[in-house]
Design a protein. Structure first.
Length: 123
């Protein structure tokens, strides 16, 4: 039983570390992702929050240049990478929101004096 719990905790920790490592990748990249022109316009554009613009490098994965890819394949790869970059960014945003939520919950546990002491430590 203890081994299963330890394995689950370790697995969660490793997943969190990999997400954090992704968060520290450079943000400034070459090519912005574009939406498909075939998508219908939103009925109420003001109600929706704008989708974040995700910028990806216009590079093939390591070693893929030697595969003799056609231009069509390269465009499909770039498009796929852009889609997944957007998904990764959404997960990183969720992780940041979760960190803030956790910090707020933890601060609610502290007394006013402890919160002031913690604020002084952070400065």
């Amino acid at each position: 039983m203890f081994k299963r719990i330890a394995a689950a905790v370790l697995s969660s920790f490793v997943s969190l570390l990999s997400l954090l490592a992704l968060a520290q990748e450079p943000k400034q990249l070459d090519k912005p992702a574009t939406k498909s022109k075939t998508e219908p316009p939103a009925a109420d554009a003001k109600a929706e929050t704008p989708a974040p613009v995700v910028v990806i490098r216009s590079q093939l994965p390591k070693g893929w240049k030697s595969l003799g890819l056609s231009e069509k394949q390269k465009k499909a790869i770039y498009s796929t990478r852009a889609q997944y970059a957007a998904k990764r960014q959404a997960l990183l945003d969720q992780l940041e929101a979760l960190k803030k939520e956790e910090e707020e919950s933890l601060n609610k546990i502290l007394t006013d004096a402890q919160r002031r002491q913690l604020a002084a430590l952070k400065k």
